[in-house]
Write a protein that binds this ligand. Sequence first.
Ligand code: HEC
Length: 148
Amino acid sequence: MMAPRIAPWVATVGLIVFASCGQGQPPAGRDPRTGIMLPVDARDGVMAEMRTMLGSVNALLIAQAKRDTAAMRQAALASGTAAAADPALEQLLPEAWLKLAMSTHGQFDELAQAVSRPGGRDSVTVRLAALTGNCVACHATYRLEVRQ
Ligand code: HEC
């Protein structure tokens, strides 16, 4: 006869834990990635750039399925070196980050050039596979925190 009494208690505690998990960043102790402290504007700038890159990957795949070379080039250039975030951010980010970031933007540029070459469209999947390896590697290494 214990079970019916315990169950609502367990459910209530579970609900409180679940609700509090959704607020703010995960505690640093549970996330083994290196935290990078940034002022809020810089963090927002980096995150906006991230969303642009995900948009490029998505737009590239859509354009590839339609075999639309112009749209593929446009999607890649949106995340190319010229579209990289504010150079002032460079002072706030570690060297290893900057290397991965420049490599990623550079690969978007190379992809944009490749699609214009004869047969170049066929290399897009292989290029995207290599390029998204950078996304995965960096996300596995770093997280961002806001410096108050
Ligand atoms: C040099 C490091 C680095 C590279 C390269 C990188 N990211 Fe990120 N990205 C991050 C970090 C750090 C975060 C924040 C993660 C956190 O704090 O939990 C992030 C967050 C994001 C977010 C969430 C944005 C938001 O507003 O919530 C998206 C989407 C994203 N990245 C997409 C990508 C894609 C797509 C690529 C590759 C084309 C990529 N990123 C490459 C470091 C990187």
